[in-house]
Design a protein around this ligand. Structure first.
Ligand code: TRP
Length: 361
């Protein structure tokens, strides 16, 4: 069986370092591993509209931001198909048929949808499109017969929903769709990188993000203002690592070679942690080290982004060509789906003779 990746992001803002360690970096590694037959990276504008119906301009503006961030991270249009969800009409058709295979109560139980409804104060007025987006996400994934979906932990319920739809479809209409596997980050710190304020998750609305396109001075300021251990008042006090954002970021970003380069008194992160918990290591020193690490990681990303920013037309062209390629693939799957459901009346050779026979009797 072919190995196929599909994944994507909603274009509601620039991508940040949480996206980077949670998924983007991995995608680039998978892309460059050469182990996959096809890689599809989707800008999920239609999904973004399910809770931004009154603000299509926000979505429209952010498509290019996400595309630039993708290219900046090293996604390569020669190796991966980058495309825009709304340009693939087959995804709507697939969703329409999948809707019949999912119950309302099943959607109500989806933990991600539940918490999103709370976050957006939708309780009494949930848009139907928003409520059903897990079904449309199943269409995104199955349209490309994806076997692997690299995403963050919050997408687990979507993948469960997709698998259920695939199983149900195949059992009702015959083996047609492919069941995907989720691929989560293997580093725990990367699963859900906290914001610089130590709050659970990095998010635009909380204003606690470090963006991939951020300038060096901004990165430095944000790192220096990061939440650490509030009880670590004097350098000589023992410090706590748990909930200490600076150390969580080091867990996510640090490689041993950065010590040789920026902090040669230590060999590795464990040594730095041991000193911190024992006491005698100040927050400022650790923050300065984290700043050096982040600067080293983000500089090539920012520079590549600036190169692409010089040729916006070319970036849209990448998305256009990608969308054309993606549409052809989705059209093929839709044909398979309609054949399995036997709603391919005009291609079905037996239909007319069957009906003629019925009337001849
Ligand atoms: N729900 C994803 C997010 O919020 C975006 C998305 C839409 C997606 N369709 C997808 C991710 C299909 C993976 C596969 O980021």
């Amino acid at each position: 069986m072919k190995k196929i990746i599909l994944t994507g992001d909603r274009p509601t803002g620039k991508l940040h370092v949480g996206h980077y360690v949670g998924s983007l970096k991995r995608r680039v590694e998978l892309q460059n591993s050469g182990e996959y037959d096809d890689i599809y990276i989707m800008i999920a504008d239609a999904q973004a509209l399910t809770d931004n119906a009154d603000n299509p301009e926000k979505v429209r503006q952010n498509i290019i931001e996400v595309a630039l961030d993708y290219l900046a991270c090293g996604l390569d249009p020669e190796k991966s198909t980058l495309f825009i969800q709304s340009q693939i009409p087959q995804l709507c058709e697939l969703s329409f048929y999948y809707m019949n295979l999912v119950t309302v109560s099943r959607l109500q139980r989806n933990p991600t949808v539940k918490s999103e409804i709370q976050m957006r104060n939708f309780e009494a007025s949930i848009p139907v499109g928003f409520f059903t987006y897990p079904i449309s996400q199943a269409a995104d994934i199955t349209a490309f017969k994806a076997t692997v979906v690299p995403v963050g932990e919050d997408q687990l319920p979507m993948l469960e929903q997709t698998k259920e739809i695939v199983r149900k479809f195949n059992s009702v209409y015959g083996e047609t769709l492919v069941e995907p596997e989720i691929l989560l980050p293997d580093n725990k710190a990367c699963l859900r990188l906290p914001g610089i304020d130590g709050k659970a998750k990095m998010s635009k609305s909380l204003g606690n993000c470090i963006y991939l396109s951020e300038e060096p001075e901004e990165i430095r300021k944000k790192v220096m203002s990061m939440f650490t251990d509030p009880d670590h008042l004097r350098v000589e006090d023992p410090g706590k690592l748990e909930g200490n954002t600076v150390f969580t970021y080091l867990d996510a970003f640090c490689k041993d070679e950065y010590f040789a380069e920026f902090l040669p008194e230590y060999n590795c992160l464990d040594e730095l942690k041991a000193h911190y918990t024992k006491g005698g290591l100040g927050d400022v020193k650790v923050k300065k080290f984290l700043n050096s690490v982040l600067q080293a990681e983000l500089e090539p990303v920012r520079n590549r982004r600036k190169e692409y920013q010089k040729d916006i037309e070319y970036v849209y062209d990448i998305l256009k060509k990608g969308s054309e390629r993606a549409e052809a693939v989705a059209a093929k799957t839709l044909d398979d789906v309609k054949n399995s459901m036997k709603i391919n009346y005009f291609e079905d050779k037996d239909l007319i003779s069957e009906q003629k026979k019925r009337y001849a009797e």
